[in-house]
Design a protein around this ligand. Structure first.
Ligand code: FCB
Length: 389
């Protein structure tokens, strides 16, 4: 790496998590779905152990966040992305739980005390039960409900939080919940899909307006899942796959949060360079998508998720290095990338895939809850240190 390949001192390096995946003890639409008789019967039918698919106490990060942030600090991170669990903050419609607000105040304080910039996601896929019962994002008032909760958070934390992310991967989520039918509510319905998409757009815009009104200096981002489509004949669909939601909310975000994991090879070709959950490793895709996002939106970009499931930690260090190099190449060509968050700090509950996939820089023993730093976490630390100008 030559001198000009270095990153500036204020480049942000860290890792990301989300509430339901690490906290434990959440009570929301997912926790209920995980334990529903239909879900359990379905897992058993597939010969799977239901207990591995119930989030339960997860990593108990809700109680151990200070220790976990000590680890992140010891690994050289200067930023951290996490999500606020809406179901904790507003367990009943319109009634905010002050104790839980204090909890997240402590989380933010703990990050800042350790020199890490908080990146706060307001919605990472889990709904309060009252919201689920009201039809979730299908309800025409859902955008209003969501924006009201966001406004409350901005009022509470405006002095502590500069970077907000409104909705995690809206399009990816809609696809899995309403088209493919793998996330709750497991619908496969085109009318519901359109309704939910429209309400997410409304919720995003309304939240943006309210957050900006409370703090005009806040940096408010969109986060979308991106993937590089292959083979070549799918090029015309690249924008639809990756940038449709951001295009629908153009003018209502200050930065682009880009999540990237894989090449999506369609038409069933078998690829060799894959992770243990079959995701194709393709660092060039990050370069291409960052370049495309830059051209399209001309906004600062943060890589808000990038990671690999790799229990043996054989491929993770190279995965991070190669993707960081891809990112740097995009930056050298003009993309205004300001930070990189590895997914994830800890092994965690990977949604409908349960506890199987191991994405963590830190290994978690789910019996003892012991944390063990993986060698790749050190390699990541070294990379961020040697690359800093
Ligand atoms: C992303 C999600 C994140 C995690 C990773 C592996 O799509 O945002 O919560 O599940 O995939």
């Amino acid at each position: 790496m030559s001198e000009q390949n270095k990153f500036s001192k204020d480049f942000l390096w860290g890792a990301a998590t989300s509430s339901h995946q690490v906290e434990g003890g959440t009570h929301n639409n997912w926790s209920e779905w995980e334990q529903s008789p239909e879900r359990i019967a379905d897992l058993k039918k597939r010969g799977l152990h239901p207990s591995a698919f119930i989030s339960g106490r997860a990593c108990d990060h809700y109680h151990r966040f200070r220790e976990d942030f000590d680890i992140a600090q010891s690994l050289g991170h200067n930023a951290h992305r996490f999500s606020i669990e809406w179901s904790r903050i507003e367990p009943q419609e319109g009634k905010f739980d002050e104790k839980e607000i204090e909890h997240y105040r402590e989380v933010i304080k703990a990050l800042k005390e350790r020199g890490m910039e908080p990146f706060v996601t307001l919605w990472h896929w889990t709904l309060p039960l009252w919201m689920r019962d009201a039809g979730g994002w299908e309800n025409t008032a859902s955008g209003f409900y969501f924006a009201r909760y966001c406004e409350k958070m901005a009022n509470e934390f405006k002095n502590e939080v500069k970077f907000w992310l409104i909705i995690n991967e809206p399009q990816y989520w809609v696809w899995h919940a309403y088209v493919a039918g793998v996330f709750p509510p497991q619908k496969k319905n085109i009318i519901s899909t359109a309704r939910v998409y429209r309400n997410l757009i409304h919720g995003h815009k309304e939240a943006y307006i309210r957050l900006k009104a409370i703090d005009p200096h806040a940096q408010i981002g969109i986060v979308e899942s991106t993937g590089w489509l292959a083979p070549f004949i799918f090029q015309p669909f690249q924008s639809l796959r990756n940038f449709l939601f951001p295009m629908c909310v153009r003018g209502y975000f200050d930065f682009f949060g880009l999540n990237y994991y894989r090449k999506n090879t369609l038409m069933g070709r078998k690829e060799k360079n894959i992770s243990e959950i079959g995701w194709e490793i393709y660092p060039e895709g990050l370069y291409r998508l960052l370049t495309a996002a830059h051209r399209k939106f001309k906004k600062p970009i943060f890589v808000t998720e990038n990671g690999i499931a790799d229990a043996k930690d054989e491929k993770r260090a190279a995965f991070i290095r190669d993707h960081v190099m891809g990112m740097k190449k995009a930056m050298d060509e003009g993309a205004d990338v300001r930070g990189y968050f590895y997914w994830s700090l800890l092994d965690n509950f990977e949604w409908d895939s349960g506890f199987g996939p191991r994405f963590g820089l830190v290994e978690v023993d789910y019996t003892t809850l012991e944390r063990k730093i993986r060698p790749s976490a050190r390699a990541y630390q070294e990379l961020m240190q040697t690359r800093s100008a």
